[in-house]
Design a protein around this ligand. Structure first.
Ligand SMILES: *Cc1c(COP(=O)(O)O)cnc(C)c1O
Length: 451
């Protein structure tokens, strides 16, 4: 093991140095890959130096998501302490399902969940888990809400129409999850949003009342904290009032901007979060932990147990209170908490708050830049981590595509209400104002080469 880890250590140096040297990646066509790289698997194996050389070739030619020219996804840049935490998790190779196997790691996970419950002011009944990502967090929340509405559903299934509500700007996992959970894709009401991509509350109410009068059973509202394209935040407080009135589960999908809970400066954006029944966020999106670090919180742990607990004598043999498999979707589950704990322990809650504030600072800085430059048309709004714009009427699809093909910038586009635009995401806390200015300068110079 140690011999391979020494080779790994050399390789990681190469990977990091290459990240600093090359900008984003060399772009290869998918059909070139097997020719260009020694990827194909054979009957016979290969010797060590050869293997590590091939690994070096592939890894240093892969897209560099930690580059300061990478703005394509809702994640970017890695926190080095979190990386160390994740590498240790691999070496330990626990499953988080039982105390017998995970030992102190159970306390690591529980501590994070406890601290997040404090941040969002959940009562002492709180619970939580680390699902494989935001899509899975949303799925688990929907299942819990379904079982809460009708405890028989998990045994006999049901044909009566349970209806869920989510905005037209919400993440696509909601539709998929409705299908997986037996609710059905057609029973998601996609509520209209305003120009900031926030759910229009009157539309929500209208839909709920219409469904009730048609004899359907509304049960679940998904409010988005940070819509995937524009970074908008649904009016949580108003939605919460409706949920109380109609007895609906309120889930908050904060996969993108949920880390705002750490910020005293920006917490006014998320007023009402404490009244939700469940909430999730992805630390891997805005806080620089490796993929994936997703946390699902529930107001009452009993709901998690109701939906996910299962007897398994062969597995659960000690310490019932500490067997985290009783509240998870998975049976064997990798340790996704240690990396977040390592980060949190090293810089404290105040350090994480600084990260979040810095993301917003850079986002608002970028927004001011495009607002003050007449060559840009702006589509996004203040205090959103997504800065959406078009430059000089250049087709955003062509612009993003050409930037990619020429290995200049990795950036994507999105649409809202029929308008398509470039989306710059400000989630890499390592970036400085100069990186944002460099981004715009690079884009502007590159645009001159397009005709
Ligand atoms: C990214 C995202 C998700 C999905 O999270 P994954 O971890 O990629 O599954 C869900 N909701 C929103 C709002 C997101 O931005």
């Amino acid at each position: 093991m140690l011999k391979d880890l020494r080779e790994f250590s050399k390789l990681s140096k190469d990977i990091i140095e290459n990240q600093e040297k090359t900008k984003i990646s060399n772009r290869f066509k998918p059909e070139e890959l097997l020719e260009r790289f020694d990827i194909s698997l054979k009957d016979e194996g290969i010797e060590d130096p050869k293997l590590f050389n091939i690994l070096k070739d592939i890894t240093t030619n892969s897209p560099q998501t930690s580059s300061n020219l990478f703005f394509n996804q809702l994640f970017g840049g890695l926190d080095s302490k979190a990386v160390v935490g994740d590498l240790i998790a691999v070496l330990l190779n626990h499953t988080m399902s039982t105390y017998k196997i995970a030992g102190p790691m159970v306390a690591v996970e529980k501590e994070i969940i406890k601290k997040i419950a404090e941040l969002i002011s959940y009562p002492s009944t709180f619970g939580g888990t680390f699902p494989t990502g935001g899509s899975m967090s949303n799925f688990m929340a929907m299942i819990i809400a379904r079982d809460n509405k009708d405890p028989n559903y998990r045994y006999i299934g049901k044909s009566s129409k349970l209806i869920c509500y989510s905005s037209e700007s919400s993440h696509y996992s909601i539709g998929k999850n409705a299908s997986f959970s037996g609710i059905g894709r057609d029973n998601v009401r996609y509520i209209k949003t305003n120009e900031k991509s926030e759910m229009i509350i009157n539309e929500l109410q209208k839909n709920i009342e219409e469904d009730i009068s048609n004899g359907h059973q509304p049960f679940f509202v998904n409010a988005t904290l940070g819509t995937t394209v524009l970074g908008g935040i649904d009016p949580i407080k108003k939605i919460s009032k409706l949920c109380k009135k109609y007895n609906l589960w309120l889930h908050i999908d904060g996969a993108y901007s949920g880390s705002t809970i750490f910020s005293n400066k920006y917490k006014s954006l998320i007023k009402g979060i404490e009244s939700s029944d469940s909430f999730c966020f992805n630390a891997h999106k805005t806080l620089g932990t490796p993929l994936s670090t997703s946390i699902l919180m529930v107001r009452n742990n009993q709901h998690l147990l109701n939906s996910f607990k299962n007897e398994a004598e062969y597995l659960y043999q000690t310490d019932p209170e500490y067997n985290l498999g009783q509240t998870s979707f998975e049976c064997g589950r990798r340790n996704n908490s240690l990396k977040f704990w390592t980060l949190w322990k090293s810089i404290g809650t105040k350090g994480i708050e600084k990260m979040v504030n810095h993301n917003y600072l850079l986002a608002n800085f970028a927004l001011e830049y495009v607002k003050n430059n007449p060559n840009y048309t702006v589509y996004s709004h203040k205090d959103s981590l997504s800065i959406c714009f078009n430059y000089k009427n250049i087709d955003p699809k062509i612009l993003c595509d050409e930037l990619y093909k020429n290995n200049t910038l990795l950036i994507g586009y999105g649409s809202h209400h029929g308008k398509t635009f470039v989306r710059l995401v400000s989630v890499n806390r390592e970036n400085k104002k100069s990186d944002i200015l460099n981004f715009f300068k690079t884009l502007e110079i590159f645009s001159e080469t397009l005709d």
